[in-house]
Ligand binder design. Structure first.
Ligand SMILES: [Zn+2]
Length: 293
């Protein structure tokens, strides 16, 4: 148990500290960690609440919207009383009410390719809960270039998907994929409907945001099996979860060996969470298992 834990911290985090995989050391890691939540909506709500509850020391919340009535069917960090407030201030209020020991930093901005690098620079891990492709690619590219782990979730109608993009190699020595290995480029505008157009069951955002928060905590703690190199999909109607192997694409124009000068070798060395993990993405043509879906 870190000797500087207060009585309040020991009591508040007692159920974590009981876990052999977390303990006082892990709880101290959570307190030292900083996580950026991009999007304070359906995914960002459970992210903000659970990461605050877990004692993540610094939580950034980035969004440029205000709370609207149609948000409250699923965005449970917000309240009817806070209609019209900025989503960052509303989510920050919810998180601070749950755990006043954590520091919440509000970024009331629209995330772009230009401002993403500076936005995520102070954070260890980025959680993408945004709802548009421009922002997703801006975050994914900036996170990869900075060597930071990105935990990315997406939802639509009754379905969700989740993966982790961590520059470097997995414990088996294979290069981890980047976001563009999965989706090389944004789809043409209008091809993929948004939740505003196609709808979403409110609980789907809660389940996926909670799974995303779980993966972020695992990445901070360095426990369990990362979703790096794997894609989780969930269909609420059939209640089927699927885990799909997601190998790095050797021809990826962003992280592959043929990436151009704008390419994506991380500018700084990511902290290796796996013992023995190589810290720099390199081609993995020796991986003969990459045809597995
Ligand atoms: Zn790639």
């Amino acid at each position: 148990m870190p000797s500087d834990f207060t009585e309040e911290e020991i009591a508040r985090y007692a159920r974590h500290i009981l876990l052999e995989e977390v303990g006082g050391t892990g709880q101290a890691r959570l307190r030292e960690a900083s996580v950026l939540i991009a999007g304070a909506g359906g995914l960002g709500s459970p992210l903000a609440l659970y990461l605050a509850a877990a004692g993540i020391g610094t939580i950034g919340i980035a969004d440029n919207d205000t709370v609207e009535l149609s948000n409250l069917q699923r965005q449970i960090a917000h309240t009817t009383a806070r209609l019209g407030a900025s989503k960052t201030s509303s989510a920050a209020a919810a998180a601070a009410a749950l755990n006043p020991l954590v520091r919440i930093v509000q970024h009331h901005i629209r995330i772009t390719a230009e401002n993403a690098p500076a936005l995520l620079a102070p954070y260890d891990i980025v959680c993408d809960g945004t709802d548009n492709f421009a922002t997703r690619y801006a975050l994914a590219d900036a996170a990869w270039r900075a060597g930071k782990t990105l935990v990315s979730a997406a939802i639509l109608r009754f379905e969700g998907q989740l993966s982790t993009f961590r520059p470097g190699r997995n414990t088996a020595g294979a290069a981890n994929p980047c976001y563009r290995c999965l989706h090389a480029a944004p789809p043409p505008a209008g091809l993929v409907p948004s939740c505003a157009q196609a709808g979403v069951l409110g609980t789907v955002t809660g389940v996926m945001g909670t799974l995303q928060a779980t993966e972020a905590l695992k990445e901070v703690l360095g426990i369990g099996e990362s979703l790096a190199g794997r894609l989780l999909t969930w269909d609420a109607l059939t209640m089927r979860f699927r885990l799909i192997r997601l190998p790095a694409d050797p021809d990826c124009p962003f992280c592959g060996p043929h990436a151009g000068p704008g390419g994506a070798a991380p500018e700084s060395e990511p902290e290796a969470l796996d013992a023995g993990m190589s810290k720099r993405p390199t081609p993995a043509s020796q991986d003969d298992d990459r045809t597995t879906p």
